[in-house]
Design a protein around this ligand. Structure first.
Ligand code: HEC
Length: 701
């Protein structure tokens, strides 16, 4: 078990009587009290726009730390806290939920669903993080890695009901926030790279946990019959025997409820497997992969869809935020503007989409980053025009963007006052290759990572990828301003009526900009990479800005050197929840400087290249996800090139086969023997003797 003794001590001194069972319902999530942040994107629109303006562009320089809460047992922190009536609720690593007094930061209760104990082989899928929780009528909803949806009493921190949302035997996980609307709570899941996965969402009664409806996002085997007409229609866009691999389309992040149309929008995932030559060998759009699908919120019935990446081949899922906005479209004759009710969506594929909420019609789509898989979106067909070669037809191709996308799940905010959307863009290509894949004989993995394509695990561009905060005008589809950001894994944004945008950075700093023109107004050093978006709220007349500080998420693990450049080595820096206010004068204890573990120099180890090649296969199949591509760890797990454990076969057996670090998040592999361990040893030693693959990563060392 993870020990959380420090927090346990603090708990005993506190009572939980202070928490009111506030009603957060349809009315509150449509138009919340200005002081609160009751939903993931604050309200149903998912705009992350707060009407609070005590902190504004003229005084933001006076921000200081009001309080902080150390989280010594936490690792990845990606969650959006919620604030209801002066209580801040948040989820930390391993789905631990806590309530704190939003004015003082005092811990009120803690709920630990013990996910490392119940996860079994799912532990291999990493993901110690989750992006958020939901609140509704006195309950906090927590969706755990292993697929439980737990309603917690907001007053006491005790579980009220629990449901299992998928069959635990399936290689699925949950990393996203549940959403609530009209007395229902909805959740999807993810994991298309680890086993056959057929995407679906389930809505439950928020009071009892009873299932209300379920919607699959891709068709199953036609021989079994279709659940509904939407699946029958979708099946016409698939070829081969996709159902054997699940097909994909998991809904692991973007879900938005639209009260004006009583619709739920699902952002759907990539294919399972990614490689369409296997998934749907004679082509086809493969509905509803990489789409926005609108459902009737009461029945879960299909209403319309728009597909951003037909027949996807690059992990360009459409799971990113689905933001609702009213755009004032100028009349061509200079008359009164017309209000368009639209969706704003900036998915991985690099196009910014404006979609009509009434019927799913595409209104416009333009590139917001370097994109070369498609030249443009044809407005007549609504489909992208792909370039030759982009589908690695010849087995290998460098394509922009990489599978990390031109924008990932990091929250996008939208400010109706400035008319701008703010998000972290990524500029990085991927090397896609399936030369090593036997397309005819490929079989789905089971709790092993295999998307039926290699995406350049050891390929790192010389600049290690770059990023930027982009302020995008959706009406004119143009960039209004941008600020360069360090690396590629930068977090989500917050915007306020004070003409402000707030965003943390991968380098551990936290910034405020003027929302209309991007002028830098304030920044501070938090000493650890930020991966979570900030929120704002007010208690007793004081406005606070709060965020979780804890480098995490897939970009802090898998891309190896791309993430390692920041120096957030495994467990070297304190995780925290930090709240700022004007005049705040609490001193934040300093963090150790960035740490770059150096490979151990071992003179008496002779690398056998054949063994190392075999080790590379094993490493990429399982270890890479956490210990980093190319054996350069990005901070989620120890750098194995620097680990003495890697040099002792006895120690390795205990850790990798025996599982003596399971309670610390290191899964075990009982199917392995010495042969596998020795092969991985040779691979890691070879990597230890090889300089980091890109100029930018070498400079960081
Ligand atoms: C799900 C993520 C994950 C995967 C997959 C994973 N590890 Fe780990 N590993 C960890 C974490 C986290 C730790 C640190 C545990 C601790 O704090 O003691 C760790 C620790 C280790 C250690 C001990 C390092 C040290 O110096 O203490 C070794 C060796 C190791 N892992 C090898 C492997 C190998 C080999 C594989 C692939 C077969 C692998 N791991 C797969 C997460 C992972």
């Amino acid at each position: 078990m993870l020990s959380r003794s420090c927090l346990g001590l603090a708990l005993t001194a506190l009572t939980t009587a202070a928490i009111a069972a506030t009603t957060v319902d349809d009315a509150t999530l449509t138009a919340p009290d200005a002081a609160d942040w009751p939903g993931y994107g604050r309200d149903y629109s998912e705009q992350r726009m707060s009407p609070l303006d005590q902190i504004d562009a003229t005084n933001v320089r006076g921000l200081g730390v009001a309080w902080y809460l150390d989280l010594p047992e936490d690792r990845s922190l990606t969650g959006t806290p919620l604030v209801v009536d002066g209580v801040l609720y948040f989820n930390g690593s391993y789905n631990v939920v806590r309530a704190v007094d939003a004015k003082s930061g005092k811990l009120l209760w803690e709920y630990d669903p013990n996910v490392t104990e119940v996860s079994g082989d799912r532990l291999r899928m990493m993901w110690d993080w989750n992006r958020g929780i939901a609140y509704w009528k006195g309950h906090v909803y927590n969706a755990t890695i292993d697929g439980r949806l737990i309603a917690i009493d907001a007053k006491t921190g005790k579980a009220v009901w629990t449901v299992q949302t998928f069959d635990p035997k399936e290689a699925l996980i949950v990393t996203g926030a549940p959403k609530v609307f009209r007395d229902k709570v909805i959740i999807g899941n993810g994991g298309t790279e680890w086993g056959p996965a057929r995407g679906f969402v389930t809505a439950y009664d928020a009071a009892t946990g009873e299932q209300a409806w379920k919607f699959y996002t891709v068709p199953g085997n036609p021989a079994d019959g279709f659940e509904n007409n939407a699946m029958k229609m979708a099946a016409k866009t698939w070829t081969g025997e996709w159902w054997k691999h699940g097909g994909g389309g998991t809904v692991w992040h973007g879900i938005t409820y639209d009260p004006e149309f009583n619709q739920v929008y699902l952002g759907t995932g990539n294919g399972s497997p990614w490689n369409p030559k296997i998934r749907s060998p004679q082509g086809g759009d493969n509905l509803f992969l990489c789409s926005i699908v609108a459902l009737d919120a009461d029945t879960g019935e299909y209403k319309w869809h728009y597909q951003t990446t037909p027949g996807e081949a690059w992990d360009y899922n459409s799971n990113m935020d689905i933001v609702l906005a009213d755009l004032d479209v100028p009349a061509p004759d200079g008359g009164a503007p017309r209000t368009a009710k639209v969706i704003l969506h900036a998915p991985k594929n690099g196009f910014f989409y404006i979609i009509n909420r009434a019927n799913g019609k595409l209104l416009s789509a333009e590139k917001f980053a370097k994109v070369d898989w498609a030249t443009h979106v044809d407005m007549k067909t609504g489909k992208p025009v792909e370039r030759a070669g982009a589908r690695y037809e010849d087995g290998e191709e460098i394509v922009w963007p990489s599978p990390f996308g031109a924008h990932n799940w990091h929250a996008m905010s939208y400010n109706p006052d400035t008319g701008l959307a703010y998000f972290a863009a990524i500029e990085m290509p991927g090397l896609f290759t399936d030369k090593h894949v036997d397309v005819q004989a490929w079989e789905s993995p089971y709790f092993q990572f295999d998307p039926a394509i290699a995406f350049g695990a050891d390929y790192v561009p010389d600049d290690a990828g770059t990023g930027a905060l982009r302020a995008w005008d959706p009406l004119y589809q143009e960039l209004k301003w941008e600020v360069p950001l360090p690396g590629v894994w930068n977090p989500g944004t917050l915007t306020t009526a004070g003409n402000l945008v707030f965003q943390g950075r991968a380098d551990g700093t936290f910034w405020a900009y003027r929302a209309d023109n991007g002028e830098v107004l304030w920044h501070t050093d938090l000493g650890l990479g930020v991966s979570a978006p900030p929120i704002t709220y007010a208690v007793d007349g004081t406005q606070y800005i709060a965020l979780l500080v804890g480098w995490g998420g897939a970009g802090a693990a898998t891309p190896g050197f791309v993430g390692a450049q920041h120096g957030w080595a495994y467990r070297a820096h304190q995780r925290r929840l930090v709240a700022f206010a004007l005049g705040g004068d609490t001193a934040l204890p300093s963090q150790p400087p960035p740490l770059h573990p150096q490979p151990l120099l071992v003179e008496d180890f002779t690398v056998d290249n054949a063994l190392a090649d075999r080790g590379a296969e094993l490493y990429t199949g399982v270890c890479m996800m956490c210990h980093g591509a190319g054996a350069g760890a990005a901070g989620y797990a120890p750098d194995l090139r620097a680990s003495p454990v890697m040099l002792s076969l006895d120690a390795l057996r205990e850790v990798v086969i025996g599982g003596n670090r399971r309670d610390q998040g290191m899964p075990n592999f009982p199917e392995y023997g010495d042969e596998e361990l020795v092969a991985i040893q040779h691979y890691v030693r070879r990597q230890a003797n090889t300089p980091a693959p890109c100029k930018a990563c070498q400079a960081a060392r």
